[in-house]
Structures are given as structure tokens and as C-alpha cells.
Design a protein around this ligand. Structure first.
Ligand code: 5GP
Length: 178
């Protein structure tokens, strides 16, 4: 039996906010299409699908995978485990991420796409744990600011579990002891 989780953001609140983010993206990218949307695997998948079903501007999608959370590497060292398949130069890129925590992952990813010559690179993150930031990252489209707690659900996992929950829950326990 799974540990009970405290609901932090309900399914209806998630969907309402995602609809607002889609409207902002449509407004900003009307003349910058197709918009290249790059999801950071695996956590962003549920968010990306719901967001892009609502976005009306034409998009192209691809995915990137970075080293996982608490992987045993030095904090701040981010590895690209799966790279995108598409060319970046001259494209308008929107990185779609589940959560920005210390900022190391997104700082690396944003830098990589700028280095590759994107016409523009912006970040859309569902959750922003701003208190945990160690390196500055500006979130252009931010779903919800949250406290420095460990959350699961709606794509976010604890050792690959809980991703399928339709809401964001706070994991009530020590994630390292699950
Ligand atoms: P950062 O590099 O900003 O510290 O971490 C980003 C990644 O850490 C996220 O993409 C996510 O995989 C993971 N992460 C950070 N905070 C949480 C959390 O509260 N819950 C879960 N499940 N993953 C998190």
C-alpha cells in the first residue's frame, strides 16, 4: 500500500493554470513558429502533453534527458543522457520542465541551447522551488511557486513511482528511506 500523500496542487488547479500558460505562450509566439518545444524527460511528460494540447501555435516536439536527481554525481554536475534529434540553430526553443530546484539542470540545458545558436531560448516550468536555488535561472512561464518540500505526482517520481498521479502531492517522509 502506498504511503498517503498530502495534495499540494489539485488536478483542477493544475489544469486551470496550464490553460493560462498556454494562452501566454500563444500570445508570445504568434510570429515565431513553429515553436520547438523540448521536454526534459521523464518528469515533464504529463505537463507537456496537457500544455501542448491547449497551445494553438504550431509546434515541433523533441525530448532531452539529463542525469537524474540524487544520482550520486557531484551536486551541480549535470550530464546529458539523451540529446535532442533536431537541429537547434535559428529555432525558437521552449524548454518544458517539471520543476526547477537548485537550478543546475536548467542552467546547463539553457546554456547548451544558446551555445547551439537557437534564435531564442525560454523556459516553461510547472513548479518553481525558488528557495532552493543555487544558481540563477529565470523561469519565463512559471506554473506554481512552491516551498522547499519533496513533491511527487503528475510526472514527478520517487524512484520511478507516483508519476501517474493526476495531482501534485507532498511526499510525507524521508525520500531516501522509501
Ligand atoms: P535542479 O537541477 O533544479 O536541482 O533539479 C531539477 C530536477 O530535480 C527536476 O527535473 C526533478 O527531476 C528533480 N527534483 C527536484 N525537486 C524535486 C522534487 O521535489 N520532487 C521530485 N520528484 N523531483 C525533484
Amino acid at each position: 500500500m502506498d504511503r498517503p500523500l498530502q495534495v499540494l496542487i489539485s488536478e483542477s488547479d493544475l489544469q486551470r493554470r496550464i490553460a493560462e500558460l498556454a494562452t501566454e505562450i500563444d500570445r508570445d509566439y504568434q510570429d515565431k513558429t513553429p515553436l520547438l518545444c523540448i521536454g526534459v524527460l521523464k518528469g515533464s511528460v504529463f505537463f507537456m502533453v496537457d500544455l501542448l494540447k491547449r497551445v494553438k501555435v504550431p509546434v515541433v516536439i523533441d525530448f532531452l534527458q539529463t542525469s537524474s536527481y540524487r544520482s550520486g554525481t557531484t551536486p551541480g554536475e549535470v550530464r546529458i543522457r539523451k540529446d535532442v534529434d533536431v537541429a537547434i540553430r535559428g529555432r525558437h526553443v521552449l524548454i518544458i520542465e517539471d520543476i526547477v530546484d537548485t537550478g543546475h539542470t536548467l542552467s546547463t540545458v539553457l546554456g547548451l541551447f544558446r551555445f547551439r545558436g537557437a534564435a531564442s531560448v525560454k523556459l516553461c516550468a510547472l513548479l518553481d522551488k525558488h528557495e532552493a536555488r543555487e544558481v540563477p535561472v529565470s523561469v519565463d512561464y512559471s506554473g506554481f511557486p512552491i516551498d522547499n518540500v519533496f513533491v511527487v505526482g503528475y510526472g514527478l517520481d520517487l524512484d520511478e513511482r507516483y508519476r501517474e498521479l493526476p495531482y501534485i502531492g507532498v511526499y510525507d517522509g524521508d525520500p531516501s528511506e522509501d
